[in-house]
Design a protein around this ligand. Sequence first.
Ligand code: COA
Length: 383
Amino acid sequence: MPKPCAYVLGAGKTRFGPTSKTIPQLAQEAIIEALSDARLDPCDIGAVIVGNFLGGPNESQLHLNSVVAGLLPGLNLPSWRTEAACASGGVAVHQAVLALSRYDNILVVGVERMSNVVGMELTRNIGMAGDVVLDQIAGLNFPANYALVAQSHFAEYGTTPRDLELISLKNHANANLNPKAHFHLKEVCQADIDAGPPVASPLRLFDCCPVSDGAAAVIISSRRADSRSVPILGSAVASDVISLAQRSTCTSFPAARAAAEAAYAEAHIDSRDIDFAEVHDCFTIAELVAMEDLALADRGQATMLVRDGQTSIGGRIPVNASGGLKAGGHAIGATGVGQIYESVLQLRGEAGSRQVEGASVGVAHNVGGVGGTCSVHVLGGAT
Ligand code: COA
């Protein structure tokens, strides 16, 4: 294994789901847990990076780097906010890895509040991650974008609604094992899925991630502190044109393939070395596309792993043991940091009843918009 590019010293996360807590309250809860997990004090932190998407339109609160860094009073730390739509958290973690040349013990906080805005207004605000003319004015919101991805995957590879239902059932079952999941302790059966109303055909209610609030925090260092420090072996971000209308395929995201290739090369691994994956399943179809972009399956073949149960905990390549975005929740700016939190638990053997046995290398995959940005992190594998 190569020398890690960074270590995660500590991680914390709030429950994802609707709450009346404010952005500072959510961020503080995650920060306190991460500091305690790392056995560090606020004065040990060298810089703060905040991942957030909707602070402006949902909360009338921008300048979130100051809001969050201000939770560590009197330190006057360097801080900034990262925005890359739903990949804001993963890109913030990547920025921390890059910033280690200047700062150490970098606190990355992903935070989002969504449930305070409802209906059309929230759909419009989330839609700002799409191109103004090609997507927003045309009415192509995010469920509709991913419906096009699903329709194309169905047509090209024979994927069926049943494949998507299997992903939903698996991720809801996993969320029942995760006390911090949005849908923890919500039993979901086939009849519930059948009763789910259409959202954007072929996607129905149980194909969609929910609207979640939440925060996650990790502390990134250039040095291993102790045996609980988790190595980051590869860290990459790639981007693409923003709209599906500008692409030649809807069944794969070139940015995700490029980020995976770069992260695997840095980590000196290939996809066969990966023991588990936390992927960006904002809609069930996105989990299939992610598995194929991460080379966990050939293009069009991820359905075979799903149908065989190989992506369940205990399968050959467990995907979204946390419940994923679908059932674990999608607090947009917090999601990519939350994936690192879950990976840290898995690699330390601290994931409780959802533990992937023998987990030693994991991958976290975070997508902005409909593939305009993607971050991929490879964790574990060295001590
Ligand atoms: N999956 C399963 N159940 C869901 C759900 C989801 N995604 N969203 C809501 N529910 C459930 C609620 O828990 C509630 O159940 P209850 O009656 O047992 O309490 C019920 O459905 C109604 O909830 P409500 O909040 O009124 O749903 P809604 O119709 O307003 O919203 C969606 C449903 C799918 C439109 C909403 O979850 C959504 O917009 N998701 C996508 C968010 C998004 O685009 N994120 C960015 C991705 S790129």
